[in-house]
Design a protein around this ligand. Structure first.
Ligand code: ADP
Length: 627
């Protein structure tokens, strides 16, 4: 027979799903996003600096540092000094020079001429441009004399996240009608030796053409709908790339240090303010020129960082949540502790390991998922364990109570049997006395048998051990049999017992023995509690929904509160107890269990002084109910 109970794992599964929703809300809130980004910064620091993989990728920064400012005064640097520095750098034969300085203002004509002359070189030079910060601002492009001799112009905008940390740059920046690639990207293109069309775009990538040979193009992941932003795979914190102070260019031979290097020229002086925080920063920001160097380092290394697809993240959340819930639903003791710890460690470690492979996962969200699923399913488990404990305590107390009651109830017939058999054994009694004694022994042993049978039935029914054996049976005939069994008892109290069957089909499918017990219990109660001379009716009724077996009497009845407890085990009303009528408070409990086992129910309508009507409802065509 089918169990209609909810499977034990279902609440865990539902809680697991609900906790996914909760973790999503927490993890994708602005606060959650922020912590996710902090987790990413942690991965950077955990990984530590990552030097360039090849000497071709060596980047050197020529810095307008504090020593430079101390020597040449505040920014901007005199053009003649700048011209001299650039001439020195380019004479050292670097692979490329990227100038992270805005050269949009004219100064003295001869200084500008000398700078333009310095920029004219066989080595590629990339100059910087930036959009004025004011709304509708113009591009601060290098003077035409400079741009005409440069190999490319790239923008030097950084793109800090809302928490002020710079983790990405926009590879393309639009301002008005003009659009510029980033300084780092232009540098990369020149280093690649791209031949036209140089940089092409797809939805997901920027494609940088290689040297003339086909198939050498490089795909840079920078989605169009993500403003072509590139996650910078920072090589390290401040000063990861070697730096040479601009002042040393004036006094020392830097030829060897710059030869065949990629040289960035930019401001690093602390007072200049061009600094932004990066995942490696602690207190001191990183100069813009180092950020651009890091962006180029990312492009050159090809170790791109890509955020995981939202669908993959969602899948991971479900996986974590269901795994946690399954552990809590099925494991116990040390195994459970180990499973939860393993999941927790995996959830902490996996995003870091994936980061090392170039994939950005929301670490906080994943960890949060593990925490919420553990908390939700763990609390539910505590609740269930607590409930089971208290249920088993109630069961223990009840069986103790039952045991005491059984012992007490069995004692009186036992004593009667003992007393009578002793009399029979000791004395020579006359026939009439002997008959009386044996009759008493028989009666009392029957009473004991009934009592034992009741206790066992109640136990077996509640434990689900009483198997239903449905078979076609004739209900009116069964009802008539029970009435016949009780006719003598009714007559003793001058109670009129009527039985009527209103169009009930002759055959129903039910367990004969159990159904007989249920009807018997209702009828004995009615006879037991009704005063002499009253009437008890057993009515069988049929409607489209099922069959109703009613036992109606005009006895003492019960109030609402009593009716509420009437089907509890061992419950007896005060009136019943005072009446002295024998009973254990089990008959109705058993009758109701039998009705429930048939897929039906037992109900009562009663009020004090106005009799009672008990109704067993049986669904039509009962084939199976509870076991
Ligand atoms: P008991 O062995 O006490 O009769 P039951 O479970 O059969 O146990 O009944 C529980 C209690 O319900 C009875 O003790 C009595 O108080 C009340 N009761 C049952 N049937 C009737 C009835 N027909 N009229 C009034 N009270 C009843």
């Amino acid at each position: 027979m089918k169990k209609t109970l909810m499977p034990e794992w279902l609440p865990y599964a539902l809680l697991a799903l609900a906790s996914v929703a909760l973790a999503l809300i927490a993890g994708w809130s602005s606060y959650g996003e922020r912590i996710n980004r902090n987790f990413l910064d942690l991965y950077f620091r955990q990984r530590g600096p990552q030097p360039a993989a090849s000497a071709d990728h060596d980047i050197v920064i020529v810095a307008l540092d504090d020593a430079t400012l101390a020597r040449f005064g505040a920014l901007p640097l005199p053009r003649s000094v700048l011209a001299q520095a650039i001439r020195t750098i380019l004479n050292s034969q670097p692979r490329l020079l990227a100038v992270d300085l805005i050269l949009s203002d004219a100064s003295a004509a001869d200084s500008d001429q000398s700078l333009a002359a310095a920029l004219r070189s066989s080595r590629p030079v990339v100059l910087a441009t930036a959009l004025e910060t004011a709304p509708g601002g113009r591009w601060l492009n290098p003077l035409p004399d400079f741009s005409s001799v440069s190999a490319a112009i790239g923008h030097v905008h950084a793109d800090p996240d809302p928490d002020g940390v710079n983790r990405r740059i926009l590879l393309a920046k639009q301002g008005g009608r003009e659009r510029y690639w980033a300084l780092a990207l232009e540098s990369y293109r020149l280093l690649q030796g791209s031949s036209p069309p140089l940089i092409t775009e797809t939805n997901d990538d920027l494609v940088v053409a290689g040297p003339a040979a086909p198939g050498t193009e490089v795909h840079i992941p920078a989605r169009r709908n993500d403003e072509r932003s590139l996650w910078i795979n920072f090589a390290g914190g401040n000063d990861t790339f070697p730096q040479i102070s601009l002042t040393s260019l004036m006094d020392q031979d830097v030829h060897a240090a710059l030869r065949d290097k990629i040289v960035f020229l930019g401001v690093t002086a602390q007072g200049a303010g061009d600094r932004l925080f990066t995942p490696f920063s602690s207190g001191l920001g990183m100069p813009g020129v180092e950020i651009h160097s890091n962006a180029l380092h990312t492009l050159l290394s090809g170790k791109f960082l890509l955020p995981a697809a939202p669908s993959a993240v969602l899948l991971a959340l479900f996986f974590i949540s269901l795994l946690t819930a399954a552990s809590l639903a099925w494991l116990h003791g040390p195994r459970l502790a180990i499973a939860l710890a393993v999941i927790g460690v995996a959830v902490l470690a996996a995003p870091y390991l994936l980061f090392l492979q170039g994939s950005i996962w929301p670490g906080f969200l994943l960890l949060g998922q593990w925490v919420t699923a553990s908390a939700a399913c763990g609390s539910y488990r505590l609740l269930v364990v607590g409930r089971k404990l208290s249920e088993s305590e109630i069961r223990r107390r009840r069986s103790q109570q039952q045991f005491e009651m059984a012992a007490h109830e069995i004692r009186s017939p036992l004593m009667a049997i003992q007393g009578s058999s002793e009399l029979l054994q000791r004395y020579h009694l006359d026939d009439a006395k002997r008959e009386q004694m044996t009759g008493l022994i028989f009666q009392e042993s029957q009473r004991m048998g009934r009592l034992v049978e009741r206790f066992l039935s109640a136990e077996r029914l509640t434990a689900g051990e009483m198997e239903l054996r449905p078979a076609p049976l004739n209900l009116p005939a069964l009802a008539a049999t029970v009435v016949d069994q009780l006719r003598a008892a009714a007559d003793r109290k001058s109670i009129q017992l009527h039985c009527s069957a209103n169009g009930v089909e002759s055959e129903i499918n039910a367990d004969r023995e159990l159904l007989e017990m249920a009807i018997y219990n209702l009828l004995t109660n009615a006879i037991k509690y009704c005063p002499s001379g009253s009437a008890v009716d057993l009515i069988l009724d049929q409607n489209p929904k099922g069959i109703a077996v009613q036992v109606a009497d005009n006895g003492p009845g019960m109030d609402k509160e009593e009716c509420r407890h009437i089907f509890d085990r061992f419950y007896r009303t005060d009136t019943a107890q005072r009446s002295g009528a024998p009973g254990y408070g089990l008959g109705l409990f058993i009758a109701r269990e039998i009705a429930l086992h048939h897929g039906g129910d037992l109900t009562v309508e009663s009020s004090l002084g106005a009799g009672s009507r008990f109704t067993i409802y049986l669904p039509c065509g009962i084939s199976e109910g509870r076991t």
